[in-house]
Each structure stands twice: as C-alpha cells, then as structure tokens.
Ligand binder design. Structure first.
Ligand code: NAD
Length: 302
C-alpha cells in the first residue's frame, strides 16, 4: 500500500518544499498531512493544495504518516517536535529533518526514534528560490539504507542529493558551508568598502576581483555593494534573501560545534561578531545578511 506523507513547518522554505513534494509525488503516495504551529500557514496550504489534510499536532502527523519531513527554525523546535512525535511514530516510518540545527541535536533526535523508524538529517542549500524551483541541494546524514529510502522524496524537492555519512553529518556539511559563507560575505564587504573609500569604482573592482584570486560566491554571485549586480538583495535595499538572524544562528551553530571539537575558528568568530552587531541595529536586523556592507561602510543612518 502507498505511504502517507506528512510535512511539519510551512514557513519560508517549508511551504514551497511541501508544495513541490505534494505536486510531484501524487502518484506515489496515499495521502498528505500537514502541521504548523501557525494556523494560517496550514489553512493556506490546505486551501491551495486539494487533498492536503490538516493535522492537529506533530503527534497526529506521526500517527498518520509513513514519511515525515520537518522544516523548522532551529534545534529547540526540532527537539520539541521529535519529543512529541516519538511516542506516536508508525513502526518502520521514515523521518527526514531538513531544518538547519546543531549536529549533536540531530544525532540525539535521530537516536530517540531509530529503534522504531529510519531517520535522516537533510538540511538544504539553495534558499527560497531553490525551494520554489525544486532545485535544492540536500546534505544527508544517516545510514545508507535510510539515505536510499529518503532519496526519491528529496528528489521531488531538490536536484542534488548528497550522502554525507552517519546521522548528524548532513548538518556538519551544512554548518561548515554556512560558516564559510558568513566569513566570505563579511570579507567581501570590508574589501569592497576599502576599495571604494580609496576611490575605486565598485563595479570595476568587482569585475577585477571576479577574474582574480579573491573571487568567491560573495563577490561574483551575491555582491554586497548596491548597484554592482542586478537581482541580488544589495540592489533592492537588502530585502528578501537570507536574513541576518538565520545567518547569525548558523554562525552560532558552527562556533559552538567548533568549541565541542576544539577546532580554532578565528575568522568565523570575527564575522559572527559583525552579524551580532547588525542584529542589535534597529532597521538592519531583518535584512539580508549582505547588509554587512551597509553596516561596515557607514551608509546606514539611523
Ligand atoms: P521560517 O521561520 O520561515 O519557517 C519555520 C516554520 O516552522 C514557521 O512556519 C513556524 O510557524 C513553524 N514552527 C515553528 N515551531 C514549530 C513547531 N514546534 N511545530 C510546528 N511548526 C513550527 O524559517 P525558514 O526560512 O523556512 O527556515 C527553516 C529552516 O531552514 C531553518 O533551520 C533555516 O536555517 C533553514 N534554511 C533557510 C534558508 C532560507 O533562505 N530561508 C535556506 C536554507 C536553510
């Protein structure tokens, strides 16, 4: 018999992911149940996806679904939802957590259910655009059989599905990538600001860097200087994109993981302090993280 699919967390990322999963797996599943603590998100989803059914709690999802995907803000939310699901899960179910959380919590919540079900962590890269287009990269931690089982469901929401090792290793890959992103964005911002202050045209400086050894994603795909690139947050007053609180959360996850394993991360620590300062600046705290350029350059006037 075909599985029932459940989805918990219909936010910025979860909603478009659940939508693709709903639309692309119609032939391979029996039903689709959804839950979010924000009732409006559930009402909107069931209204726009004919056949999707509201569940009353995470336990209700777990009791009905053979495959459950969670897309929640951070570690405490995932811990809480797994605690609620654990007593109710169907034997042999598959649980996939796509939230970005700390690897230790990912391992712990998986362990709490592994005697009854398969569980993987599968955080994503690609943002809201990738979630909407169904082109996300999934970094998956769990056993090979669990990975193989999760793969077809993840294919409905992404295009690159990578097995990173055991439970927690998907999160390790994700927070390493985002730690580097946080550092390179801050470094790109201070570099561009220095060049501009010394009289260089920012477009020309970006063009030179992007064909030289300083090139990186933060300079050539997501340049933080307004006007250097079209269609990036810096050119629309830093709206949309990847908000500062989420970036700062990921820097915090990386720094605390680094402390656990005694890895030295001075660059990330410096970048983290910048994002913390921005979080404490009214007017900037909800902008895209490339707003670090505006903050550093003093363009922002309170
Ligand atoms: P979001 O805040 O928009 O969505 C989270 C949703 O979870 C909300 O709808 C909220 O109501 C719901 N929720 C919170 N607690 C809950 C609970 N206990 N039970 C049920 N639902 C609950 O966040 P988002 O932008 O969708 O991000 C989700 C995750 O994906 C985060 O871990 C984030 O770091 C990661 N991520 C985000 C992006 C991005 O660009 N936004 C990119 C990659 C990864």
């Amino acid at each position: 018999s075909k599985p029932v699919v459940g989805f918990i967390g219909l936010g910025q990322m979860g909603r478009p992911m659940a939508s693709n999963l709903f639309n692309k797996t119609a032939a391979n599943r029996a039903g689709f149940v959804v839950f979010d603590v924000f009732d409006g998100a559930v009402a909107d989803f069931t209204k726009t996806h004919d056949g999707a059914v509201r569940a009353s709690s995470p336990a209700d999802v777990a009791a009905q679904a053979d495959v459950v995907i969670t897309m929640l803000p951070s570690s405490p939310h995932v811990s809480s939802v797994y605690e609620q699901m654990a007593p109710a899960v169907r034997k042999g179910a598959l649980l996939i957590d796509s939230s970005t959380i700390d690897p230790a919590t990912a391992r712990r919540v998986a362990k709490s259910v592994l005697d009854k079900v398969d569980a993987v962590d599968a955080p994503v890269s690609g943002g809201v655009g990738g979630a909407t287009a169904g082109t996300l990269t999934f970094m998956v931690g769990g056993t090979k059989p669990a990975f193989d089982r999760a793969n077809p469901w993840l294919q409905a929401m992404g295009k690159s599905i990578v097995h990173c090792g055991d439970n927690g290793n998907g999160q390790v890959a994700k927070i390493c990538n985002n730690m580097l992103l946080g550092s390179t964005m801050a470094a790109a911002a201070e570099t561009m600001n220095l060049g501009v202050k010394m009289g260089m045209d920012p477009k020309l400086l970006a063009q030179i860097i992007n064909t030289s050894s300083g090139r990186c994603w933060s300079t050539d795909t997501y340049n933080p200087v307004p006007g250097v690139m079209a269609n990036v947050p810096s050119s629309r007053d830093f709206e949309g994109g990847f908000a500062v609180p989420l970036m700062q959360k990921d820097m915090g996850l990386a720094l605390s993981a680094a402390q656990d394993v005694k890895a030295s991360v001075p660059m990330a620590a410096a970048a983290d302090q910048l994002y913390k300062n921005i979080l404490a600046t009214p007017g900037l705290e909800k902008k895209d993280f490339s707003v670090v350029y505006e903050w550093l350059s003093g363009l922002f006037v309170r």
